[in-house]
Design a protein around this ligand. Structure first.
Ligand code: SAM
Length: 284
């Protein structure tokens, strides 16, 4: 049997179901490479089971057919930070197991990206496509992320931007992510980017002490660095969303009102079509 277990974001978020699965496993594999802030995880898992192996990305990729093989005879548990299937590639392991007739179970965990959306108090139904800002180690620009953002703005939807994690397990810094995003937006929409410089961006790092900082696209120099974080560009904020941000995170009302005014006047759909045209013609 193969069980994918989500650990949540810290030890106190390990569910009873997760603990039982880990305790009852013949072998436990732990990966921490998808989340830079999960260094606590192997120690927490070893408190519940002594047969624990830590796997890097390449080890896990190499091991994946062995994992499925082992799961025919043994109870194999793969522990993943957050939720095991949100913004990770582990669904291929589930499919591989099912294809080969192995019993597969998934134990959900509290997820970083989901917690970001939840804790901001923004309307869940108003989130559009989630994108990842790639790190310099990928050797590609952030055009895909920029397109996703413009498409969401065109549809009046919020955008969650995840920060890429390097093969060594380091997160792209928020200020570098904004720099990459601006460079890509400039390539795609040229001077229309100037109209977005006062657009509000939120940096969110969910933890025991959740951090929410607001800044503008044009003024991202003072953003703090965090171990793990996400950026959110809200679409036009509803009054209930503004109240939440104001009372929970002290985001000033005048900043949110000028953000709304800016988006009201910005023709996001024409910027989006221009960006698509640039992308399309440069890749043709
Ligand atoms: C590849 S995703 C993995 C998500 C994981 N499977 C989960 O469910 O939490 C990792 C990205 O999610 C975002 N993220 C994860 N945990 C976070 C947290 N505690 N606060 C803010 N963003 C977080 C960051 O952008 C991070 O680079």
């Amino acid at each position: 049997m193969l069980i994918l277990v989500g650990s949540g974001l810290r030890e106190s978020q390990l569910t009873r179901e997760a603990e039982e699965a880990i305790k009852g496993a013949d072998i436990v594999i732990v990966e921490t490479y998808t989340m830079p802030s999960s260094k606590w995880l192997p120690t927490a898992v070893r408190k519940l089971n002594s047969n624990v192996r830590e796997a890097s990305r390449s080890e896990l990729e190499e091991l994946s057919s062995n994992i499925v093989e082992l799961a025919f005879k043994l109870k194999v548990v793969l522990v993943v930070p957050g939720d095991p299937l949100i913004a990770t590639t582990h669904s291929s392991l589930v499919v591989e197991g099912l294809k080969r007739g192995v019993e597969v179970k998934v134990v959900s965990g509290i997820s970083g990206p989901c917690s970001v959306e939840s804790l901001l108090g923004l309307h869940f139904y108003k989130f559009g496509r989630t994108v990842t800002v790639p790190g310099p180690w990928r050797g590609v620009g952030a055009e895909e992320a920029a397109l996703g953002l413009l498409g969401n703005l065109c549809h009046d939807l919020h955008t969650l931007l995840l920060l890429d994690v390097s093969p060594e397990g380091l997160s792209l810094s928020p200020s570098r992510a904004v720099k990459e995003l601006k460079e890509s937006l400039r390539r795609l929409i040229g001077t229309k980017l100037d109209e977005l410089m006062n657009m509000m961006v939120l940096l969110v790092s969910v933890g025991e002490n959740t951090i929410v900082k607001h800044f503008t696209l044009g003024n991202a120099d003072s953003i703090p660095d965090v171990d793990v974080g996400s950026l959110v560009v809200p679409s036009r904020l509803h009054v209930s969303e503004r109240e939440f941000l104001r009372y929970a995170y002290s985001v000033p009302e005048d900043i949110m009102m000028s953000h709304n005014k800016l988006l009201q006047g910005f023709d996001a759909c024409s910027a989006y079509s221009e960006a698509l045209r640039v992308m399309y013609s440069s890749s043709a």
